[in-house]
Design a protein around this ligand. Structure first.
Ligand SMILES: Nc1ncnc2c1ncn2[C@@H]1O[C@H](COP(=O)(O)OP(=O)(O)OP(=O)(O)O)[C@@H](O)[C@H]1O
Length: 744
């Protein structure tokens, strides 16, 4: 592959350098130059990424000592570039046949909206002034206009323009010249007099005809037109009849002068070099798109640093100015200048309110960007970290994602809220496991419940990896979870979303914090690949409250307003600030607005849709009904024993149901006995078919490292082979658990 050095424009090498044995390698090009016509490119010709090479001309007397074909330091890059590179460069440089605002319906709509708003403002402006300003002015100026017209016609008819020449010939006493000019004047006056008389006659006849025959509206129109024309002619030259519409900046055309001024005051221009405009300024959605080339040596980062000064230079709020780097050149910056602060405009209610169900395998609407384009979110194969200062919409934005998951009846939800706020309560209708706060209540410790859920899920994830690799090819062609597998209840591998709001509350738990951290790190890193996504949110993204070893596992990040750019970088990942992503620039009024990174190839602003408490309740009631209809309610929502209770006692329960002298027992028999022992906890298992019944027990014992094995038994003289549990395994697990418990 060709290596291309585009570190700077070609520089004419000093003569002595070319004669040295260690010749300097000039920056090379993507475009081949015809050797015979090789010249040093001027700055205007040199476009980024299209440098022309300066090849010494052997005919040039100054190129002494250089012979064609003689070896200098071989350039790093092969030359000429390959056809693919050449085509790629051309592809990048090519402008589309039609601009985006013509092709894309969203942009077309925005331009249409802008045009209607712009021109209706203009028309409205003048319509209001027509009766109260323009008409009185026209009427007042029209006599002056009539006088100006008649004197102008009189001067024309009597050849006033030749008067000065005639007078000059009199002063010079040049009789011949005077006679010639007088003759010319007489001829002119005669002809012009006839024309004027004819014009007056026709005009009067037309006026009379109009007066007698024309309908009154036409007569009025003609009079209005005549008065307007006279008024315009009579208006003082320094004060035009019609005011210019005094429109605000956002409706004023953004000119290159304004952009240049902004760069000058922002210190982004050089003494002898201003900014260049590689393409014309144009409308883009509800704003202007301006692409500039900064002077050589200035970078996108410089523009980013000067953000506030640029906004001031353009006379707009900083929140109206958006910047994007350009991949072809570090000195090219693309600005989007919004007509008004787009982030303060609410994005509206979540479309989930009108949705009967969601397919969580597909992207779902989460909000809109600064230009009002929809932003679709997906949680497939990733984990998401949400961070912000309190009251900015952290919980609401994360909850909208969980609501979408709830509306897919095949998605299993785990919801834990460290703050025990009312925001997540209604998820109890659908969540497989749910817990609030960190303080034990009604005999249930939410932290232990979270821990047990994490262990349960870890075992599930390990099991999924194992089973996916063993599934037959026709079910699992690529060894990956598919929509079909995830919806097959028998396979029990649904898409799963693990939500932890205010995660720092759990991570700082004195007893279980470390284990919770380790399990979350494991899940955020490993689980997305088998359809288990983790979504954590925090108002304290610092290392103490939410260590980087957990933050770093999140592929996607969403930062709402934070206090400082360093905190923004902590949430979004190092280097985000230099890419132009800085959540500290968001304002308090920007509720539910944040910067999204890593969910797709694009990073940027999302104004999340709003689903308040009542909306959430409506959606969750619908989601619960949907799950009931599809028979997918499970865990806590289905009234099945909470994970903590199961996990804490299942070992003892199994030990208890194993009869004296029974060294091993079939799983389904164990479940039946468990259901008799504690129907409130195991009743639901007992009603299952034999296979899922056995699988439920296997999953419950998995976190303790207990597996099943084939057990042969004779029933009524017949031999049966089924999977079961060994007493020794149970006894060992209980001993280990007790040891751990005692060790504290
Ligand atoms: N998308 C949105 N559109 C409009 N307003 C919103 C949006 N999201 C949140 N808000 C407003 O912001 C307020 C705070 O939201 P939320 O409770 O999600 O903040 P938070 O960051 O989780 O706060 P805390 O840390 O105190 O829980 C909400 O009560 C709501 O009024």
């Amino acid at each position: 592959m060709t290596e291309i050095d585009v570190s700077g424009p070609p520089v004419e090498a000093p003569e002595e350098e070319t004669t040295e044995t260690s010749a300097r390698v000039l920056p090379f090009l993507r475009k081949e130059t015809a050797p015979a016509a090789a010249t040093v490119p001027t700055e205007e010709e040199a476009k980024p990424g299209e440098w022309e090479a300066y090849l010494p001309d052997s005919d040039d007397p100054e190129a002494e000592g250089l012979t064609e074909g003689a070896e200098v330091d071989p350039p790093k890059q092969a030359y000429p570039p390959s056809a693919a590179e050449w085509m790629e460069a051309k592809d990048k440089a090519r402008l589309p046949v039609l601009p985006d605002w013509v092709k894309l319906p969203d942009q077309r709509k925005a331009v249409r909206k802008w045009a209607v708003r712009h021109y209706s403002t203009m028309v409205g402006y003048h319509a209001v002034r027509l009766p109260i300003v323009y008409t009185p002015k026209i009427v007042a100026y029209s006599p002056i206009g009539a006088w100006r017209w008649s004197t102008a016609i009189g001067r024309w008819v009597f050849d006033a323009e030749g008067k000065a020449l005639r007078l000059a010939s009199v002063v010079k006493e040049d009789a011949a010249e005077y006679l010639r000019l007088s003759h010319q004047r007489n001829d002119r006056v005669r002809l012009r007099g006839i024309v004027a008389a004819l014009g007056t006659f026709i005009g009067l006849a037309a006026a009379l005809t109009l007066y007698v025959m024309a309908p009154s509206w036409l007569l009025m129109l003609a009079m209005a037109a005549l008065t307007t024309a006279l008024g315009a002619a009579g208006a003082p030259v320094d004060r035009p009849l019609i005011d210019r519409a005094k429109v605000t900046f956002r409706k004023r055309k953004l000119s290159s002068d304004i952009v240049i001024r902004a760069h000058e005051v922002a210190g982004l221009t050089e003494k002898d070099m201003s900014v260049a405009f590689p393409r014309p300024i144009g409308r883009d959605g509800d704003g202007w798109r301006v692409v500039v080339d900064l002077p050589y040596g200035k970078t996108f980062k410089d523009a980013l640093k000067a953000h506030g000064r640029l906004a001031s230079g353009m006379d707009i709020a900083p929140t109206q100015l958006f910047m994007d780097p350009d991949e072809t050149s570090n000195r090219r910056v693309s600005y989007w200048i919004a007509d008004r602060d787009p982030l303060a405009v609410p994005s509206g209610k979540s479309p989930l309110l009108g949705a009967t169900r969601v397919d969580f395998w597909k992207p779902f609407p989460w909000g809109v960007d600064e230009r009002g384009n929809p932003v679709m979110a997906t949680m497939l194969w990733l984990s998401l970290l949400v961070g912000a200062v309190p009251r900015q919409g952290k919980t609401f934005s994360a909850r909208t994602i969980a609501l979408a998951a709830a509306l897919d009846p095949y998605v299993r939800l785990y919801v834990f809220d460290g703050k025990a706020s009312p925001d997540w309560r209604k998820f109890a209708l659908v969540a497989h496991r749910i817990g609030f706060g960190i303080v034990p209540k009604n005999g249930l410790d939410p932290v232990e419940h979270l821990l047990a859920s994490l262990r349960e899920l870890k075992a599930d994830v390990e099991d999924r990896y194992h089973r996916l690799s063993e599934l037959p090819l026709h079910i699992c062609p690529e060894g990956k979870l598919t929509p079909e597998i995830s919806r097959d209840k028998k396979l029990n591998m649904p898409l799963t979303l693990f939500v932890v709001d205010e995660v720092q509350e759990y991570l700082q738990h004195p007893e279980h914090g470390k284990e919770i951290l380790a399990l979350l790190v494991y899940l955020a890193r490993v689980a997305p690949a088998v359809g288990v996504s983790v979504m954590t949110s925090t108002q304290k993204p610092d290392d103490k409250a939410c260590p980087s070893e957990l933050r770093d596992q999140h592929q996607a990040r969403f930062a709402l307003r934070v206090g400082a750019y360093q905190v923004s970088d902590t949430i979004l990942g190092a280097g985000s600030y230099s890419e132009g992503l800085d959540a500290s620039k968001l304002l308090k009024s920007h509720k539910g607005v944040g910067l999204l990174k890593g969910m797709s190839d694009d990073s940027g602003i999302v104004r999340t849709y709003l689903a308040d408490g009542r909306d959430a309740e409506r959606i969750l009631t619908r989601a619960a009904a949907l799950r009931e209809a599809e028979d997918t309610l499970s865990g806590d929502a289905a009234g099945q024993a909470p994970a903590a209770e199961n996990a804490a006692t299942v070992l003892d329960d199994v030990a208890q149901v194993l009869g004296k002298g029974e060294t091993k027992l079939w799983s389904e028999t164990i479940v039946d006995r468990l259901a008799e022992l504690r129907p409130e906890a195991y009743g639901a298992w007992a009603e299952m078919e034999p296979k899922p019944k056995a699988e439920a027990l296997t999953a419950a014992l998995k976190p303790f490292g207990i597996g099943t094995e084939q057990i042969s038994r004779r029933v009524n003289g017949e031999q049966f082979n089924k999977r079961g549990i060994k007493r020794d395994d149970i006894t060992k697990a209980i001993t280990e658990r007790n040891k751990k418990r005692d060790a504290g």
